[in-house]
Design a protein around this ligand. Structure first.
Ligand code: NAD
Length: 380
């Protein structure tokens, strides 16, 4: 089976889908790996690193698409690139299938099997393939580093002959994978951390990291069978906002990571809450690119509102591209390896598999994922 890996073309994207160590593993299981010239440059890998690992390097991007049996990449493709692919070929990347309807239809029309990295079920067995988690983990770290570098204060308490500096107060809203890593990183830097999440099970995880869990009585919240938060009612959102107001006003740093899978993120920090913070405070809105948890945050920009810095950086994991590439590459390799048939030396699409059917969006000219199919047909 020919596995092709094109270069990422999104401006400023330095992560790469596959690192040389994983090319070596793909070659070892019997894959014929071809990469686009300079594919690894963003993360510091040379063409020679890849050829030494067993890949062929191609200058011809078009041929890479038309010749691939399996295409591995990070970001979603252009529609024109899908049309270049062979009927029956497989394409694995992030796809944002909840929003990218034209893209899903293009995969269907081209009879290409599209696998979405976002849709890998969050089970114990799939953890090694879970790119949402691997990248969110790094994003949690990066948000704290970004906040610390913009805050005109230090995070830890410091007792010196020149006086005592109090630790910074950090409030983390949403304690999933990214939020928990943000809490852990802020704690390591010595900050006083408070956190809130609508899933009550998270309280213990927050406390075990040495942070305080803000108790807010929202009534019934719960989580979906997949472990995701359920969307709050408008009344619950209002209760949450009011209960957080004081903590936000007293915080030096607010980090928001609240997401509801497949839906627009909730606005949890309103304009008046931003105005209630002391000048010099910093907010990092992880959701800025997808609508924002913070009113007024601007995707990919750092702005100042009444002296409060609001960071809306989108590609957070991309700030630590080398580590992010290593983790994403490992996720991709594990996904391929898990469905690899040793005899035919090929990736096998199996709808009885425990993980694959959840993340296959299109196959053989059909939208096979029920959730996405419903959305496309206007049913959800
Ligand atoms: P996510 O990115 O979907 O959401 C981030 C966090 O925001 C979640 O913790 C969510 O509860 C929270 N949130 C939603 N609305 C909120 C609100 N109004 N206020 C405050 N917080 C709000 O979540 P994620 O980080 O991708 O994790 C989702 C779930 O999947 C979690 O239960 C996590 O433990 C689980 N998970 C399981 C595995 C596994 O077993 N393989 C791997 C990773 C994650």
């Amino acid at each position: 089976m020919r596995i092709a890996i094109p270069k990422e073309t999104h401006p400023g994207e330095n992560r790469v889908p596959i690192i040389p160590a994983d090319v070596k593993k793909l070659v070892k299981i019997g894959a014929d790996v071809v990469i686009e010239h300079d594919m690894g440059a963003g993360s510091g890998y040379t063409n020679d690193d890849y050829t030494e690992a067993g890949a062929t390097v191609s200058m011809d991007r078009d041929a890479l698409f038309s010749g691939a049996d399996l295409l591995l990449r990070l970001r979603k493709p252009d529609i024109a690139e899908i049309a270049q692919m062979k009927e029956g070929a497989i394409h694995i990347s992030y796809l944002d299938p909840f929003n990218e309807h034209a893209l899903v239809n293009a995969f269907k029309e081209a009879k290409v099997t599209a696998i979405s990295m976002e849709m890998i079920p969050r089970t114990t067995r799939s953890q090694k393939m879970d790119a949402l988690s691997s990248q969110a983990n790094l994003a949690g770290y990066v948000m704290v580093i970004q906040a610390a570098s913009h805050l005109p204060r230090i995070f830890p308490m410091m007792m010196t002959p020149a006086g005592t500096l109090k630790p910074a107060n950090v409030f983390v809203i949403g304690a999933g994978v990214a939020g928990l890593q943000a809490i852990a990183t802020a704690k390591r830097l010595g900050a006083k951390v408070t956190a809130f999440d609508t899933r009550p099970v998270v309280a213990e995880q927050v406390q075990s990291l040495g942070a305080k869990f803000l108790e807010i009585d929202l009534g019934e919240t719960g989580e979906t069978a997949g472990g995701y938060a359920k969307e709050l009612t408008p009344e619950q959102v209002e209760i949450q906002r009011q209960a957080q107001k004081d903590v936000i006003a007293k915080s030096d740093v607010v980090i928001t990571t609240a997401q509801v899978f497949g839906r627009k993120p909730p606005v949890l920090v309103t304009k008046d809450m931003v105005e209630g913070m002391a000048p010099g405070s910093v907010i990092v809105d992880m959701a800025a690119e997808t609508g924002g948890n913070v009113e007024g945050s601007v995707p990919n920009e750092t702005i100042t509102v009444n002296g409060v810095t609001i960071i809306g950086l989108g590609n957070l994991a991309g700030e630590v591209a080398k580590d992010a590439s290593q983790m994403y590459s490992s996720n991709l390799f594990n996904l391929v390896d898990d469905s690899w048939d040793e005899e035919s030396k090929a990736f096998v699409i199996d709808f009885e598999h425990d993980i694959l059917p959840g993340c296959i969006i299109t196959h053989a000219g059909e939208v096979t994922n029920e959730t996405i199919k419903n959305i496309l047909e206007g049913g959800a």
